[in-house]
Design a binder for this molecule. Structure first.
Ligand code: ATP
Ligand code: MG
Length: 285
């Protein structure tokens, strides 16, 4: 049987990075109420690659927005590095956002159209306290970041983000993360816009970056095959609840929840190379 790309580490005893207890989000009231996220508990550790897998409408983006501090939980509490997260003031929010970065489905929405690429990258260096560095040092850092994602910095200077291809833009997004070195990266289906080859490259880059700077990656996807391939840990989300979670191997090769089994049986042929044949799908049909 094919192995995942790397050994899945056990993070149970690693320091906590982001965790939550009873986190809930309800939209609307009365008859029109939607419980988008329903009392979820989670523990994401330093350096852990976590995937949150679920079908459309299961609550993944709603949860991400709460994790990012862009929307408040209706109930429950989120903890950052083991302590209750406090983003009650603008200043505290800004501090929190230094530690967490997001990449979204559409790379075109991630950049200010009127900012040249040099400025985009320079801003990252400045945000990390590099304002006082020499021009040469800044140039070297930008070149290194571009090199990391196989882009030539010299070819990008003086260009605007809209002059790049979708794939180049995705890579530029990862170059930004390389410079920002956040504690947490939240990636909501970052590969959906690109072809299979760029997709593999981008995921590979995310894994390398995780190894290089030890950040926690929270990867949101519909694709359980992909989650198996890249994650240490997976959380399976159905109707706003985590129906199952654990080490990627354990959950995907020995699923307990009927929903997980169904997601696995829906995996398109392309993932059969990873051989999920040890999974007993018939038991729970
Ligand atoms: N602002 C909102 N107001 C009301 N309902 C909302 C709002 N945002 C999300 N919902 C509802 O919450 C539920 C979860 O939506 P969410 O966007 O979190 O799902 P998702 O898992 O990210 O789906 P997808 O995979 O399609 O991106 C859905 O029923 C959705 O209609
Ligand atoms: Mg979504």
């Amino acid at each position: 049987m094919n192995e995942p790309v790397r050994v899945q580490k056990d993070f149970k005893n690693a320091p906590l990075c982001l965790s939550g207890k009873g986190v809930t989000k309800i939209f609307g009231f009365g008859d029109k109420k939607t419980v988008a996220v329903d009392h979820v508990d989670f523990e994401f550790h330093e350096g852990e690659f976590v995937s949150i897998v679920g079908e459309s409408g299961s609550g993944k983006t709603t949860l991400s927005k709460m994790l990012l501090g862009l929307s408040n939980a209706t109930e429950g509490e989120i903890f950052f590095q083991g302590k209750p997260r406090d983003i009650s003031s603008g200043h505290k929010k800004k501090e929190y956002w230094k530690g967490i970065q997001a990449i979204f489905q559409d790379p075109f929405s991630s950049f200010n159209t009127f900012q040249k690429i040099d400025t985009v990258l320079l801003d990252c260096i400045n945000m990390r306290g590099g304002k006082g560095l020499s021009r040469e040092e800044k140039f070297n850092m930008m070149s290194e970041a571009c090199q990391f994602v196989n882009l030539e910095f010299k070819e990008l200077t003086n260009k605007y983000p809209f002059e790049l291809s979708g794939g180049q833009m995705q890579r530029l997004m990862i170059a930004r993360i390389f410079l920002l070195k956040p504690k947490i990266l939240l990636a909501d289906e970052p590969t959906s816009m690109v072809d299979a080859c760029s997709r593999a490259t981008i995921l590979d880059m995310l894994l390398n970056l995780r190894d290089e700077i030890g950040m926690t990656v929270i990867f949101i996807t519909h694709d359980i095959g992909l989650a198996y391939y890249i994650s240490d840990t997976v959380y399976i989300m159905e109707h706003g609840k985590f129906v199952e979670y654990g080490k990627a191997d354990e959950v995907i090769l020995h699923p307990n929840a009927a929903y997980t089994k169904r997601l696995i049986s829906d995996v398109p042929k392309i993932h059969e190379a990873w051989d999920l044949s040890t999974v007993d799908l018939k038991q729970e049909a």
